[in-house]
Design a protein around this ligand. Structure first.
Ligand code: FES
Length: 101
């Protein structure tokens, strides 16, 4: 199973970051002291969610405004209807590891 590690200090709260986990492009977001990881490409069309806007535990796609739940990947508002894939996040001190499920 592919995984990628990074330091918590590399993640500014509320500022999404795109990383690669194996063959996947993953959008990683720190919200307060929690870290979420979802597929980077919006399920509506070909837009990078790492360029979107974070609002609490939601991320909004910059292209047509669909919102997704960062915790579950669920599509919350149209035009997206399909959930994002989510990735497992584990923490060991300041080291955050994102893995394929
Ligand atoms: S590409 Fe994300 S809402 Fe359309």
């Amino acid at each position: 199973m592919a995984s990628t590690s990074l330091q918590l200090t590399q993640l500014a709260a509320g500022k999404p970051q795109k990383i690669t986990v194996g063959a996947n492009e993953v959008c990683v977001v720190r919200v307060a002291d929690e870290v979420f990881a979802v597929a980077d490409i919006c399920t509506h069309s070909d837009a990078s969610l790492a360029e979107g806007e974070v609002n609490g535990e939601k991320i909004e796609c910059w292209l047509h405004g669909a919102e997704f739940d960062l915790r579950t990947g669920a599509a919350l508002t149209p035009p997206a209807t399909e959930a994002l894939e989510t990735f497992e996040v584990s923490r060991d001190g300041d080291t955050v590891t994102i893995s394929e499920r």
